[in-house]
Unconditional design. Structure first.
Length: 135
């Protein structure tokens, strides 16, 4: 099987898992949380794109954001996404590390300014990046 075929399988499995989590929250009567989870990945993509263009973000942090997006978009990972939980954990850790660097350089107000999603999702993302007091 080619790399692109594997990439499609992994992307499909991720999409199905994500949809199942959103559906589970809806069934449990947690519509607000379901909407926040459904929009988290697209909101993060918009956030990273906006931060990468913001001159208040240090050049090295903008380069790290671009490299992170490229890494997340490629089918090759340090830990394959086919491994449940741990396969996605390396991606989440890299997101938190890069976002933490941006927070240290530009501050949480710049991140907050560019965040397109709901406030609870931003607070969770800031806590994951180690900015609990700023959340």
């Amino acid at each position: 099987m080619s790399v692109w075929a594997w990439a499609l399988v992994v992307a499909g499995a991720g999409a199905v898992t994500w949809a199942a989590l959103v559906a589970g929250l809806l069934v449990a009567g947690r519509g607000t949380q379901a909407r926040a989870l459904a929009g988290l990945v697209p909101d993060c993509a918009v956030l990273f794109a906006r931060l990468a263009r913001d001159p208040r973000v240090r050049r090295r942090d903008r380069a790290a954001l671009v490299a992170l997006v490229a890494y997340l978009a490629t089918p090759l990972d340090l830990v394959p996404d086919l491994l449940p939980v741990i396969g996605q954990l390396d991606d989440a850790i890299l997101v938190a590390v890069v976002l933490r660097a941006v927070l240290r350089g530009a501050g949480p107000d710049v991140v907050r300014e560019h965040w397109p999603g709901p406030e609870p999702s931003l607070r969770a993302l800031l806590r994951a990046a180690g900015a609990g007091a700023a959340a």
